[in-house]
Design a protein. Structure first.
Length: 155
């Protein structure tokens, strides 16, 4: 009986932990005008996440403003990753407004990588959603650099 109870407890804790990974933003207003994130050392990472969920997370009935958000990694082999209003790993955007006009993401120096995701879902769905990203800028400079920009996409 003790073994059965321990097994049940372990299973319950595992489910609770898994559920905690699946975050939700619902009925929310998120404003991050001009938010800035920067790093300037070799091999450095600049991660800027505004109104995003991971692990089958959902964004529902919400508005996310991140106009002029800026993310910079000025470093050899540097990495900049900017996520605005995005849901990952089976996530959902439903009845959401994402506004990221002028969002700026840049990695400089050899081997740099720049990834910018605005209103993007990986392995999930987007429904009844408005995404505005006029003049969004994503740039990786110098040799062996890579820049990837996704706006309003389902990957």
């Amino acid at each position: 009986m003790k073994t059965l109870m321990k097994s049940a407890l372990v299973a319950a804790l595992a489910l609770a932990a898994f559920g905690a990974l699946a975050g939700e933003i619902s009925g929310s207003y998120i404003e991050a005008y001009g938010a800035q994130n920067q790093t300037f050392s070799d091999g450095a990472r600049a991660d800027q996440t505004i109104g995003s969920t991971f692990g089958s997370g959902r964004i529902l009935n919400s508005t996310i403003y991140a106009r002029g958000a800026r993310n910079d990694a000025a470093a050899r082999e540097g990495y900049s990753f900017q996520q605005i209003g995005s849901a990952y790993n089976g996530g959902t955007l439903s009845n959401v407004n994402v506004f990221a006009d002028g969002a700026y993401n840049r990695s400089t120096n050899p081997g740099a990588q720049a990834y910018q995701n605005i209103g993007t879902v990986y392995m999930g769905t987007i429904t009844n959603t408005t995404i505005g990203a006029n003049n969004a800028y994503n740039n990786a400079q110098n040799s062996n650099s890579k820049a990837t920009q996704n706006i309003g996409t389902v990957n």
